[in-house]
Ligand binder design. Structure first.
Ligand code: ADP
Length: 331
C-alpha cells in the first residue's frame, strides 16, 4: 500500500515538473522563432528597398534566409527535446526522493499505529485467554462444585476488571489525541489538586502513606476533567510505587511566567536507563524490583503525557533508583 502511494506521488511530481518544463520549452521555442523571423525579415526588407540591379543576390539571400530560419528552428527543437529528456530523468530521481521525504511522517505514524494496535490486541487477548482456559478446565471437571464455580467466577471477574480498565484506558488515549480544547476555561489548580488528593486518600491510607499538599492558589487555562485525570495518574503511581509508611509531597510552584506542579515520592524510583521510555505506551519499567507485584499496563503515563501536550505543558521526571521520583508538569 505504502509503495504504491510512493509511486503515485512520484508520478504526480514528475507530471507537474514535466508540464512546467514542456510549457517553458514551447514558450521559449515560439519566442525565439518569432525573434529570428523578425531579425532576418528586417534584413530582407533593407535588401528589397535597394535600387534595381543593385541587389542581384536578393533571391539567393531570400533562400539562405529561409534555410537559416529552418535550420535554427530545427536546432532549437533538438536542443529543447534533449533538455526535456534530461529534465525527465532528473525529475524522476528527484520526485522519488521528494515523495519519500513527504511520506516519511505518514509512514512513521502508520508504523506507530500498527505497533499500538498490535500491543493493544496482545494486552486484550491475555485476560481473554486466561478466562477461556479457566472456563474450559472447569467445564471438563465433572466434580465441579458450587465452591469451585464461585472461585472460577471470582477469577473471571478479575480478568473482566482488567479488560474494563484496558478498554477505558485505550479509549482515553484515543479521545485526548483529538486535541480538543473546547472544554478549556480558567481553572483553579489548587482546587483540582485538592480533589485529586481526596480521591487518592483511600489508596494512600491502605499503605499508611501521608500525602502532603503545598498548594498555592493559581489559575490556569485548561480542561478541569482531563487535568484531574493527569494528576490522579501521577498520584496513583506515586502511591503504587512507594513503600508503606512513606510520604508524598504535592507542590504548586510559580517560576517566572510558568506554573509548575511537582509530585515527589520516596518510592522505588526509576533506573536512568528506563527513564527515556516510561512515557511510551505499554512501557513498564522493571517492576520486579518492587517487593509486591504492582498492577498496571504501562498506559497511565502515556495518557498523562497526552493530556500535558493538550495543555501545551511539559511533563518530565527526575528519579533515582531506590531513592524516589519527582514528576513535574510545567504550564
Ligand atoms: P503502569 O500502569 O505500569 O503504572 P504507567 O504508564 O503509569 O504504567 O508507568 C510506566 C512505568 O513507569 C511504570 O511501570 C513504572 O515502572 C514507572 N513509574 C511510573 N511512576 C512511577 C513512580 N512514581 N515511581 C517509580 N516508578 C514509576
Amino acid at each position: 500500500m505504502f509503495n504504491s502511494t510512493l509511486l503515485k506521488l512520484s508520478l504526480i511530481y514528475v507530471g507537474i515538473l514535466m508540464i512546467l518544463s514542456i510549457s517553458f520549452s514551447v514558450v521559449l521555442y515560439n519566442v525565439s522563432s518569432t525573434e529570428l523571423d523578425r531579425g532576418l525579415g528586417n534584413q530582407a526588407r533593407v535588401l528589397r528597398n535597394m535600387p534595381p540591379n543593385g541587389n542581384p543576390f536578393l533571391d539567393e539571400l531570400e533562400r539562405i534566409r529561409d534555410q537559416q530560419i529552418n535550420e535554427s528552428a530545427q536546432n532549437l527543437r533538438t536542443k529543447l527535446i534533449y533538455f526535456n529528456i534530461i529534465i525527465f530523468i532528473s525529475s524522476l530521481i528527484a520526485s522519488y526522493f521528494l515523495a519519500k521525504i513527504t511520506l516519511r511522517p505518514i509512514e512513521e505514524s502508520m508504523e506507530a499505529q500498527n505497533r499500538f494496535t498490535a500491543d493493544a490486541s496482545h494486552e486484550l487477548r491475555t485476560p481473554l485467554t486466561a478466562m477461556k482456559s479457566e472456563i474450559e478446565v472447569n467445564l471438563r471437571d465433572e466434580n465441579l462444585n458450587i465452591k469451585g464455580a464461585k472461585e472460577l467466577l471470582k477469577s473471571n471477574l478479575e480478568e473482566i476488571s482488567k479488560l474494563e480498565y484496558l478498554s477505558t484506558a485505550l479509549l482515553k488515549l484515543a479521545k485526548t489525541e483529538k486535541n480538543d480544547k473546547k472544554a478549556f476555561e480558567q481553572v483553579e489548580l489548587s482546587e483540582i489538586l485538592e480533589s485529586v488528593i481526596e480521591k487518592a486518600t483511600k489508596l494512600a491510607d491502605k499503605k499508611n502513606i501521608v500525602v502532603k499538599g503545598k498548594l498555592k492558589k493559581i489559575k490556569i487555562h485548561g480542561d478541569s476533567a482531563s487535568l484531574t485525570e493527569l494528576f490522579i495518574i501521577l498520584l496513583d503511581n506515586a502511591i503504587k510505587y512507594s513503600p508503606k509508611n512513606s510520604q508524598i509531597k504535592i507542590e504548586i510552584l510559580k517560576k517566572d511566567k510558568h506554573t509548575e506542579v511537582a509530585i515527589s515520592d520516596q518510592g522505588i524510583g526509576i533506573k536512568a536507563s528506563e527513564l527515556p521510555y516510561i512515557f511510551n505506551r505499554f512501557y513498564r519499567a522493571d517492576v520486579s524490583r518492587s517487593k509486591e507485584k504492582v498492577d498496571g499496563y504501562g498506559l497511565g503515563l502515556s495518557i498523562a503525557k497526552q493530556i500535558a501536550d493538550l495543555h501545551d505543558a511539559k511533563i518530565w521526571v527526575e528519579s533515582k533508583s531506590g531513592k524516589g521520583s519527582k514528576f513535574f508538569v510545567k504550564f
